[in-house]
Design a protein around this ligand. Sequence first.
Ligand code: FAD
Length: 418
Amino acid sequence: MPSNEGLAALSRQFRVLVAGGSYGGLSAALTLLDLCGGRLARFNFTPDAKPPQNQIPIHITVVDERDGFYHLIGSPKALACDQYASKTWIRFQDIPALKTPNLKFVRGSVSSVDCQSKTAQILDLESKETTSEKYDFLIAGTGLRRVFPTVPQSLQRDEFLKEAWNHKEDIEKARDGVVIIGGGAVGVEMAAELKVLDPQRKITLVHSRDRLLSAEPLPDDFKERVYSVLKETGVEVILGQRVIDTTAVNTDAEHRAWDLTLANGTKLRAGHVMSAISKCEPTSSYLPQDALNQEGFVKIRSTLQFPSNVTNAESHFAIGDIAQWTGIKRCGAAMHMGHYAATNIHQLILAEAGLKPEFLELQEYPAVMGIALGHSAVSYSPADGTQDGEHLLKSMFGQDMGYSICWNYMRLSEPCQA
Ligand SMILES: Cc1cc2nc3c(=O)[nH]c(=O)nc-3n(C[C@H](O)[C@H](O)[C@H](O)COP(=O)(O)OP(=O)(O)OC[C@H]3O[C@@H](n4cnc5c(N)ncnc54)[C@H](O)[C@@H]3O)c2cc1C
């Protein structure tokens, strides 16, 4: 229990800036609202855990280039099915759990951060003006930059719905079928989704290596199972071949066609070609270089704090895909990191009142993966090995590519308590 002087230290308003309002950023913001409101964090399932004894005045600013929460995982389906798309992007202002005066959203881009003065420059995408935002703590959760059609490029819900609709139209008009280039996790999910949405359409997946998911640090039997389940859905899979040429042979809007040439000389005709071979880049250009590794990921400590060589490292955190950590990048990990970073910030706030902080520390994550393949799913974890089946699709992704699972886990429908 803090002393009276300690309690006085907790009466000032603490300002937290969260860059990125996706799985990681929202989990962090919600955890802070819970803890500073004197409640257990919604992600804390420890038996007998006790809520904090004090309420703490807090103001959280979440900055995101998008105008809402977008369920990124659903992209392979959202960009082919406009009905599903409209479910997967919810404007921040329409999310009950986020409606509180303690939380402000800025649709903007964090362009630089000065860790010394604890000030961020934010380009407001509505007013087009750059503003300065002072903070006590920063959480960087801006993920990776990914290209279309891996993810939509729109930043506002209305534009996104048009983007999804246009893409769906391109697929529907593809009388000569669709060719997807790249058999990583995104490519295989896209191929299976397209086949399920229209079983009559010819879908071909071309991958340059001899096994699907060749870049993933996962056992061969998992990759082979993904191959066999994908084939069962009716997708044609060509392995060990590069596409060396793509030539448009019909540019008529109602019947477009391309001829693709593979390295072995095989020709494929396609009504629509989708590339799923994009390289993803961390969005960390606004952070100091000494916080980053060579590829641009933040070198976090197990407390999620910046490396100790960075000025004021204790007040700076990184979570989710932008952080350098073990395991394959996943949304569950991003939410977990958001919970931990926010809990540690709460501990640092309590430390100002003289309490000894007790930090949560991340454990190493093993490489695990779950892939939705139409009516089935394939998963791998060191404990359970490779598995597949409809029951896995239901338990890992529910009926909607994991949208309800994520939404309910973050309890986004529950109005924010004062
Ligand atoms: C097609 C696809 C399928 C996937 N499937 C799965 C799956 O089945 N299971 C799974 O666990 N994971 C899956 N993943 C991975 C998962 O989506 C990521 O691990 C997760 O999105 C990471 O969350 P995040 O909060 O770290 O970042 P992101 O979800 O990438 O969000 C980052 C946010 O930051 C914003 N932003 C970026 N730069 C700035 C800036 N400078 N200023 C302000 N805001 C900014 C963006 O607009 C975005 O909203 C999939 C990924 C893709 C692309």
